[in-house]
Design a binder for this molecule. Sequence first.
Ligand code: MN
Ligand code: MN
Length: 302
Amino acid sequence: MSLLVFGHKNPDTDSICSCLSMTYLKKSLGIDAIACCLGEPKKEAAFVLNYFGVEAPKIINSVEEGDECCLVDHNEFGQSVDGLEKATIVEIVDHHKLGGMTTSTPLSMNLKPVGCTNTILYSMYKENEIEIPREIAGLMLSAILSDTLIFRSPTTTEYDISAAKKLAEIAGVDIEEYGMEMFKAGTSLDGYSIEEIVNMDFKAFDMGGKNVGIGQVMTLDIDSVMDKKEDFLDYINSAEFDMLYLVITDIINEGSYLLYKSPDHIVGNAFNVEPSQGVYVDGLVSRKKQLVPNLTPEVEKI
Ligand code: MN
Ligand code: MN
């Protein structure tokens, strides 16, 4: 019987890549394994698979009694495949907190407080003296860069950085350059209309009797918005809000570009910038912690 290797539901790049790299490791050790996933790869993972020419894992929706399972990048029933309670969990490799799972049989577990499951898998390749082929190194590197936001996330450890450097050498890519390309592809706004982008993550607020809308988009695909700046402004200005702010947040550089229907001085005072359409505000990333508390007193003044 084959070992089913899979990551969590709603799979991210780490879940897709760690099931593939774990499956390759198992096969190299003479164990029959199948890489599975609990959903289609998203834009970012699809870019990675295409870049390194690797086929997506097989999609499964449930497992049955008697199936042997290896969990990567998660350790909770609620995040896992349907039917797992009845199946046999033989191994878990993960970097999350324990989620209350119980098992009927003993199992292998490799849990470490690092930034990515593939950092743990890298050390497993080393321990087992298995050579990592270029495309598997590329997948593992991509997952580390994805989970750690190219080492900018506070979850990043020295183990993630040193594994990523070795993997980048094998994969033959430059970490920053490749990482940015991957994030750009993963956050691409291709195929969305102006209306969809403004309303993607939109909230309305009452600030001193004024109806204020704030839409936020996390993307590295800034150009696709700025190239159509006038069209965005036409839409924003026609909206039924006293003020409307479209916040385009660059998660890697930790700042946001603003397009707005608002008196200029409110933008200037709230964010301490020379106000203009498309202005970049360094350090601005959170609607709840920064946008709303900074805008509210300025809007209330008028
Ligand atoms: Mn994950
Ligand atoms: Mn992960």
